[in-house]
Design a protein around this ligand. Structure first.
Ligand SMILES: Cc1cc2nc3c(=O)[nH]c(=O)nc-3n(C[C@H](O)[C@H](O)[C@H](O)COP(=O)(O)OP(=O)(O)OC[C@H]3O[C@@H](n4cnc5c(N)ncnc54)[C@H](O)[C@@H]3O)c2cc1C
Length: 420
């Protein structure tokens, strides 16, 4: 039976800032454990913009007991193989995730748009009477010095259309989780530095209904090229046949307007297609965004904790960003529930920090940077060596398994669990 939140009526709710996937999942894990939670979200609803969309096996394993994986599988696309390609060489290796069948019940990637996951999490969270989600409430500031064991939070309430102006509202919470994304105001409020750097190039995301499967493309493919690498993802969209999404780096010489023109998307697709006569691709969506490699110096200051993009950001090569945020949310939610119920002392939260920050530094940052360097390698000798290395790994079932244990994040979870 779930603990009854009434038993903790003396305790203030946990405040989660941000109703992105990480914030909603933190809140869901806490609510399931009987912890009263309140989520503040500045937008009037869960956001719709195209972002992450690849889910790795450990993420699916973690979300299964919550019933989230089952809901995702009903609308997502299973991707049992993915490809390493080269623009000149063509297919280098097709990786079969089936070699992980003894390591995980989910030996595949699942593709699902991030904005289709958030409504699933929100619906589950809203089923708990002790969970509250306040949209159009923008976090402004916090104070954890005025009363011991409590954090005062001030937000701007824009939900009242009958009022001309937003009105400040004050909340008293027991703990605050900053899940308010890369520009996190929660992180800034507690003066945590966001160490790292921003890449000079932006990334462009383009979706088309043109079907790449008959040309031999797996539902996920990474194409190396010294001038402009390409990452392909087949996404479910509103249902079959789905969409093909492509991410490419964009040089600093082009304006956002030029990059967002269908002419630019068409030029890239035609370059990959290598057709004698360029064709017109049906373009459904285009966006451009900046990419960073940053990790917060601390994930915890007193009663304030960070999770997801507010704690760490990385390039999307490997699909680690959102997955690692979900791993944070599960880890933190479970530990904070125990602390909240008095089953464990606060030191348990420092274990969350040690496990998740270490893994982010050693794994998410390191491998996403390496993936990027590999795809964009300009030195022809090193490019040939890398292609030969990938092919030699693919020759050995044991090396293939080890390669896929790392690329599918299974090794990162093993590493985190080994930290005490
Ligand atoms: C434009 C963009 C494109 C991306 N594309 C990819 C991709 O292709 N592949 C990939 O793997 N990853 C991608 N990512 C990264 C991935 O989307 C993130 O890792 C993921 O969104 C992290 O989830 P989160 O819940 O931590 O943060 P977010 O999804 O950013 O959610 C944060 C939430 O907090 C809310 N918020 C912010 N400030 C406040 C405030 N002051 N008060 C209240 N609420 C607030 C926001 O409105 C938002 O709903 C992309 C990220 C961005 C920004």
């Amino acid at each position: 039976m779930l603990p009854n939140p009434e038993h903790n009526s003396h305790s203030n709710p946990v405040m989660v800032v941000g109703a992105g996937p990480v914030g909603l999942l933190c809140a869901l894990v806490l609510a399931r454990a009987g912890v009263p939670v309140c989520v503040l979200e500045s937008e009037p609803r869960t956001t719709l913009d195209l972002r992450a969309g690849t889910f790795h096996p450990p993420t699916l394993e973690m979300l299964e007991p919550l019933g989230v994986t089952q809901a995702m599988m009903a609308v997502g696309i299973r991707v049992p193989t993915w490809q390493s390609r080269d623009l000149q060489e063509g297919l280098v290796v097709e990786w079969d995730m089936g070699v992980l069948k003894n390591d995980t019940p989910y030996p595949y990637r699942l593709h699902l748009e991030q904005h289709r996951l958030t409504p699933i999490l929100l619906g589950m969270l809203q089923a708990y009477p002790h969970a509250q989600v306040l949209f159009s409430h923008e976090f402004q500031s916090l104070d954890q010095t005025s009363s011991p064991g409590a954090v005062k939070v001030v937000a701007l309430d824009r939900s009242r259309s009958d009022l001309d102006q937003a009105r400040p509202v004050e909340f008293t919470s027991s703990w605050v989780i900053g899940a308010d994304g890369g520009k996190s105001l929660v992180r800034k409020s507690v003066n945590i530095e966001f160490d790292g750097y921003t890449w000079p190039e932006r990334y462009s995301v383009v979706s088309t209904t043109f079907d790449w499967a008959p040309l031999g493309y797996a539902d996920n493919a990474y194409i190396s090229d010294p001038d402009q690498w390409v990452a392909f993802f087949k996404m479910p969209d509103v249902g079959p046949p789905g969409l093909w999404r492509m991410t490419v780096p964009v040089g600093t010489d082009l304006s956002d307007e030029e990059v967002l023109h269908p002419r630019y998307a068409n030029a890239i697709f035609n370059r990959v297609l290598n057709a004698k006569t360029p064709i017109e691709f049906p373009i459904v969506h285009q966006s451009v965004y900046r990419v960073h490699q940053r990790v917060a110096k601390e994930f915890r200051v007193g009663r304030v904790l960070l999770a997801g993009d507010s704690a760490h950001v990385n390039n999307p090569l490997g699909g680690f960003g959102l997955n690692s945020g979900i791993h944070d949310a599960m880890n933190l939610g479970e530990k904070l529930a125990r602390v909240f119920h008095g089953e464990s002392d606060e030191d348990l939260l420092d274990l969350y920090v040690r496990q998740r920050r270490t893994v982010n530094m050693e794994y998410v940052q390191e491998i996403s940077i390496k993936n990027k360097h590999n795809l964009e390698e300009k030195d022809p000798v090193r490019r040939r060596e890398r292609i030969a290395l990938l092919r030699s790994i693919a020759q050995s079932p044991e090396k293939t398994r080890e390669y896929l244990l790392t690329s599918s994040m299974i090794n990162s979870i093993k590493r985190a669990n080994a930290i005490t």
